[in-house]
Design a protein around this ligand. Structure first.
Ligand code: URA
Length: 330
């Protein structure tokens, strides 16, 4: 007769349903976790599962969703933000021996992984984490986390171009999702444009700008899921405080729930992929962007007024926009 006070399986691993473990990791509801399994996106110790009811040992087994390991411990994630300089590559080892982003971090962060990537030529916010669940939440396209970019582009950027960018640009890999775009500053020969995306395709901002005949001469990510550079010089990094990590997780989870798009414009812009420069020039683009105050001459004052009025929520705690713009034009 087994002793009823000792659980029969006390020496046995405590197996739990994989869907339950995914839900416990905060990645999805039980139901959504079951859908992930059915869709073949979940693996246990490297073996993909597609049936419900499969159990795993949370202490021993490695469960991955779309290749990233879920994290069940209560230990807060370690998250580092780096101001990635231009001409560094977002990888651990580069076969061409170019400087990598890991060259800029102390050795104690060698176990972290980059959350998404930035191009070799692109600078700005790059996050590193040791938490696969958080990384998944932040990077999976279905979660639509916001990324804000500033691009210096050639020529005058008019309302029509901004509308086009916002509605969706046809690229080789499909039409881009609706986004936000505005001119922060306009000079005679070039402009500073801010683009806020919820997608993260390869070289997306550069390709979008090329498609509208305003190739970027420089590109910087100024915010990723609300994390900003806050005065960090290129090459500098800092560890997020636990409270900031919590906020980051909340933002990532919110992305799951609020699939609200910046504007309710379901139809992509009808223009085809490649625009020749002449055609673009011919279009009237001198009207101010609706969200630029009074005029679209791109002066920092206008951008600052505009930002303060409209974007108090998103940008209230970032360096004043005008300062960013002044820095940018130096
Ligand atoms: N879009 C780009 O074009 N490059 C990046 O690095 C990120 C977004």
């Amino acid at each position: 007769m087994p002793n009823p006070n000792i659980p029969a399986d006390s020496d046995q691993p405590q197996l739990e349903r994989v869907s339950k473990l995914i839900a416990r990791a905060g990645l999805a509801s039980r139901r959504a976790a079951e859908e992930l399994i059915t869709a073949g996106r979940v693996a246990v110790n490297g073996h993909f599962i597609s049936e419900q009811g499969v159990k795993a040992d949370p202490d021993q087994d490695k469960i991955t969703v779309d290749g990233t390991a879920i994290k069940l411990e209560d230990k807060p994630a370690l998250v580092v933000v780096l101001h990635k300089p231009k001409y560094t590559i977002t990888t651990r080892d580069d076969p061409e021996n170019r400087p990598t982003v890991f060259d800029l971090l102390p050795h104690r962060y060698a176990n972290l992984h980059p959350v998404g990537r930035l191009d070799f030529e692109t600078s700005g916010v790059l996050i590193f984490s040791d938490d696969g669940t958080l990384t998944h939440l932040l990077t999976h396209p279905s979660h639509g986390v916001e990324k804000v970019y500033e691009a210096r582009v050639r020529g005058e950027v008019g309302k029509e171009t901004l509308d086009w960018l916002e509605k969706g640009v046809r690229l080789e890999d499909g039409v881009t999702a609706p986004c936000r775009a505005r001119v922060l500053a306009q000079r005679e020969k070039n402009a500073l444009v801010e683009i806020t995306l919820r997608e993260g395709r390869n070289r997306q901002v550069r390709r979008m700008l090329e498609a509208v005949s305003h190739a970027a001469s420089s590109l910087r990510r100024v915010s990723f899921a609300g994390v900003e550079l806050e005065g960090m010089a290129p090459g500098e990094h800092r560890e997020l405080l636990p409270v900031e990590v919590k906020k980051l997780r909340r933002v990532a989870e919110m992305g799951l729930k609020s699939k609200s798009r910046p504007r309710n414009r379901p139809k992509p812009h009808p223009r085809p992929v490649a625009q020749d420069a002449e055609e673009t020039k011919a279009r009237p683009e001198s009207k101010p962007h609706p969200r630029m105050s009074r005029s679209n001459n791109g002066r920092a004052r206008n951008a600052r007024e505009n930002t303060n009025r409209e974007s108090a929520g998103r940008e209230s705690d970032q360096a004043p926009l005008a300062r960013r713009i002044e820095r940018k034009w130096k």
